[in-house]
Design a protein around this ligand. Structure first.
Ligand code: GDP
Length: 288
């Protein structure tokens, strides 16, 4: 599944020989190159330095275990789980174009459907006819109903209709795809705010979750993107996509440190089943 085992290999080879300042510098570089970011790379290196001071004969496996424990701890952030008792449970999916938003909407729909939930999708990226068609194709394949508006119609109106439809059809979950054209940032952000407002009017408490889709291969730039979205639509979680396409992977840890927003799901391919709930332990094991 994940393809970023290089870091563990690198660390083992570094600790195969005598450990000195040069080794520690190389270690810090390896962390950095795995996209863990400057701060975490420095912290982890310092931790390893202290461990070696106390116990110079420690094995490379034991060191790896210490680093793993530390990373798992870093990935555990406090967050109230979304309230599952609201029905329909409305999930807004936001993110810049190309990050894998529409695909993730379909994947998430399929995941909930396979758990026995009644799911409805809403195509509220009315700006791109291709996005509506793409979601229609996915929903046909997955056998999930879709509410869509005409191209260029008001996305907030599509969401309002979709919430009404999900109430009358007694759906458990409504997943909303939104636009992501970053070159008209202000318009997009106003549009997302309006969708937020209108959702709350159509159903008290909606949207119950707002998940940002981030492409793991864009590395640290993802953090800036997330900060911007978070300003306009408070995010409750992240979907980190294309983790199958990066040899790095440390970005998940850097993101959680900087944003304090939990990663909920990870995308591991282009197929509809290639989405998994995020688990810190599994993730860190794959990283090291
Ligand atoms: P959107 O513009 O954000 O809605 O992005 P799309 O859903 O259209 O996806 C953009 C491209 O990324 C498509 O070619 C998808 O197949 C691909 N994609 C999405 N998620 C993943 C993933 O987890 N792994 C890989 N390898 N490709 C993905």
């Amino acid at each position: 599944m994940f393809k970023f085992l290089q870091l563990g290999k690198k660390i083992r080879s570094l600790f195969g020989a005598k450990v000195d300042e040069e080794t520690l510098e190389a270690l810090e570089r390896a962390f950095y190159e795995a996209d863990l970011g400057g701060e975490i790379s420095a912290e982890l290196t310092e931790k390893v330095r202290q461990i070696y001071k106390k116990n110079p004969s420690i094995s490379s496996d034991a060191i790896l275990e210490e680093i793993r424990k530390d990373l798992i701890e870093k990935l555990k952030i406090e967050c109230a789980p979304p309230n599952p008792s609201s029905s329909p449970h409305v999930i807004l999916i936001v993110g810049a174009n190309g990050n894998g938003k529409t695909t993730s909407v379909a994947k998430l729909g399929k995941l909930f459907k396979s758990q026995g939930k009644k799911v409805l999708l809403a195509a509220a990226d009315t700006f791109r006819a291709a996005a509506i068609d793409q979601l229609q194709m996915w929903s046909n394949r997955a056998g999930i109903e879709l509410v869509k508006g005409a191209p260029n119609s008001d996305p907030a109106a599509v969401v309002f209709d979709a919430i009404q439809a999900s109430k009358s059809r007694e759906c458990d979950i409504l997943i909303v795809d939104t636009a992501g054209r970053l070159h008209t940032k202000t318009d997009l952000m106003h549009e997302l705010q309006k969708i937020h407002r209108v959702s709350g009017k159509a159903l008290s408490g909606a949207p119950h979750e707002t998940l940002l889709v981030l492409d793991a291969t864009i590395g640290q730039n993802g953090i800036e993107q997330a900060k911007m979205f978070h300003q306009f639509t408070p995010l409750t979680g992240l979907i980190l996509t294309k983790l199958d396409g990066t040899a790095k992977g440390g970005i998940a840890i850097a993101i959680q440190r900087k944003l304090k927003i939990p990663i909920r799901y990870v995308g591991l391919g282009e197929g509809i089943d290639d989405l998994q709930p995020f688990q810190a332990e599994t993730y860190v094991k794959s990283l090291l």
